[in-house]
Design a protein around this ligand. Structure first.
Ligand SMILES: Nc1ncnc2c1ncn2[C@@H]1O[C@H](COP(=O)(O)OP(=O)(O)OP(=O)(O)O)[C@@H](O)[C@H]1O
Length: 258
């Protein structure tokens, strides 16, 4: 029997075509994105890199449906975001997209375990046996099973970020967006958190897209998209450190710092 699917692509968790974003009014406008085409393959860890002001956050926000592009098309998990009204978009983000932020954003009065389950409760989903099993699996992969009863204030920064990653993964989203997830962590803890993000891709089949300034962080990714001045400068697959450095050095020569 031949299976059909309504999804535009089963291999890409998200795509952008001809994406532009302009801030401000005529005369003083800022062209943050100047025509971006990207394919973010499912089940891979992609890093978006580039100099400060190159458009990384704007691109991530447009891909995640947190911001609306000026023109162009974003498709996530086979759904064109432009086809959704505000209510449908909010529901879509809640159900199909996970977020990890630099500042963890955990609720201080809830335990780690309660924070992780919160997205399911907000979605009105019953936390039954499959959800508990996924919760346990994620907590085991992230090494936080003995911390689930602790409040965020009783956890280290790295542990808090692992809880935030677990919370992003719990609803089995099509894609997890991580915005500078190691920005508030020391280098040892950063390496651990990046390792866990990569493990969530390898062992849980998750798709992760991370914005980062750091070469060491990007080195954990399967794919690296380098943005400069609102355009894709290069898209490297399984880059060696040398190729990554050379892509970024080209960028530095053109005036940016990474
Ligand atoms: N709300 C806004 N209003 C006006 N201009 C904006 C707004 N948000 C971003 N910009 C501008 O758009 C451009 C791209 O910004 P963006 O934050 O996407 O860059 P970035 O690569 O993420 O930078 P950084 O690494 O410093 O966070 C910059 O010139 C920025 O000043």
């Amino acid at each position: 029997m031949i299976e059909t699917t309504t999804h535009s692509s089963v291999q890409d968790a998200a795509t952008a075509r001809g994406l532009t974003k302009t801030y401000g009014r005529a005369g003083t406008e800022v062209h943050a994105l100047r025509g971006i085409d990207v394919d973010l393959p499912a089940g891979r860890f992609t890093a978006i890199m580039g100099p400060s002001g190159s458009g990384k956050s704007t691109l991530m926000h447009c891909l995640a449906g947190l911001d609306q592009a000026t023109s162009g098309q974003v498709t996530v998990d086979g759904t064109r975001l432009a086809d959704l009204d505000d209510t449908a978009l909010t529901k879509f983000r809640r159900d199909r997209v996970g977020f990890v932020f630099q500042s963890f954003n955990l609720l201080p009065m809830l335990t780690a375990g309660q924070n992780i389950l919160l997205p399911l409760e907000l979605a009105g989903r019953r936390v039954g046996r499959p959800e508990r099993e996924r919760h346990n699996q994620i907590a085991t992969v992230l090494g936080i099973t003995d911390r689930l009863g602790h409040l965020p204030s009783q956890l280290s920064g790295g542990q808090q970020q692992r809880v935030a990653i677990a919370r992003a993964l719990i609803s089995n989203p099509a894609i997890v967006f991580a915005d500078e997830p190691t920005g508030n962590l020391d280098s040892t803890t950063s390496a651990e958190v990046l390792g866990f993000l990569r493990t969530s891709v390898r062992e849980l089949g998750q798709t992760v897209v991370m914005v980062t300034h750091e070469l060491d962080a990007a080195a954990y990714a399967d794919d690296v998209i380098v943005i400069a001045d609102g355009r894709v400068r290069s898209h490297l697959t399984n880059p060696t450190r040398e190729r990554l450095v050379s892509a970024l050095t080209g960028e530095a020569l053109s005036g940016g710092t990474v």
